[in-house]
Design a protein around this ligand. Structure first.
Ligand code: DGL
Length: 203
C-alpha cells in the first residue's frame, strides 16, 4: 500500500498524479493538518513530524511512502529513515525527481517558488548546482498556510503578487512550483505571471 504524506491538502496534487497512472493503487493519505503549515517550521521540528508521519502511515498499512511535501525533504536525513520501518528504496520524495526532470528538459532560465523551510534549506539550489545550473529561488512564506486555511482569491493573489518583485520578473521564463500546495492555485500563478512563463507542477 502506498502511503502519501504532507502537512495537509498539498499532497492531494501528488495523489491526483499517482491516480492518473495507477488508478487502482491502494493508497493511504496522511495530511498533518494539526501541525500545518510545515514551511515555517525548523528543521528539527520537521524531522520529528516526519518520523511521526511515516510511523502513522506504516501503522495504517503503508509499505511504500511518497513524501509529497517539499518542506519535509530538508529533514529527510538517511539516519531518520532508520527510525521508520520504510527502507530508502521504498521512499519517493519531491526534490530529487523534480531536479532530475528539470535538468533533463529543455527549459530556459528557471525560478523556483517554495516555502521558507524549503528555500532556506538550500536543498534545491545545491541540487541544481550539481548539474551546473543556477536557479532563482523565491520563498513565499505565507502561501501554503493561506491555501490550507482556505483564504479567498484576493488574499491569495496579493500574497503571490508580492513574491514577484519587478527585479525578479524578467530573470526567468520557467517557474517550478516546489510546494505541493501551489498547484492548487495554479490559475492564480498563470494569471499573475502571464502566458510567457512556463509553469511546472512537479507532481
Ligand atoms: N506542501 C508542503 C510543501 O510541499 C508543505 C507546505 C506547508 O505546510 O507549509 O512544502
Amino acid at each position: 500500500m502506498i502511503g502519501i504524506f504532507d502537512s495537509g491538502s498539498g499532497g492531494l496534487t501528488v495523489m491526483r498524479a499517482i491516480r492518473e497512472v495507477m488508478p487502482d493503487a491502494d493508497i493511504v493519505y496522511f495530511g498533518d493538518t494539526k501541525h500545518a503549515p510545515y514551511g515555517i517550521r525548523s528543521r528539527s521540528e520537521l524531522s520529528k513530524l516526519t518520523v511521526a508521519g511515516f510511523r502513522t502511515l506504516t501503522e495504517h498499512g503503508a509499505t511504500h511512502i511518497v513524501s509529497a511535501c517539499n518542506s519535509v525533504s530538508a529533514s529527510l536525513a538517511l539516519a531518520l529513515l532508520d527510525l521508520s520501518a520504510i527502507p530508502p528504496s521504498s521512499l519517493i520524495e519531491m526534490v530529487g525527481p523534480t531536479v532530475r526532470s528539470v535538468v533533463s528538459g529543455t527549459y530556459g532560465r528557471v525560478a523556483l517558488v517554495a516555502t521558507e523551510a524549503t528555500i532556506g534549506s538550500g536543498l534545491y539550489t545545491e541540487a541544481f548546482e550539481m548539474f551546473d545550473r543556477k536557479i532563482v529561488p523565491i520563498a513565499i512564506p505565507a502561501l501554503a498556510g493561506a491555501i490550507e486555511a482556505g483564504e479567498d482569491e484576493t488574499t491569495l493573489t496579493a500574497i503571490i503578487t508580492e513574491a514577484f518583485s519587478k527585479e525578479v520578473l524578467g530573470t526567468f521564463d520557467t517557474l517550478v512550483l516546489a510546494c505541493t500546495h501551489y498547484p492548487l492555485v495554479l490559475p492564480l500563478f498563470e494569471r499573475i505571471l502571464g502566458p510567457s512563463i512556463r509553469i511546472i507542477d512537479p507532481a
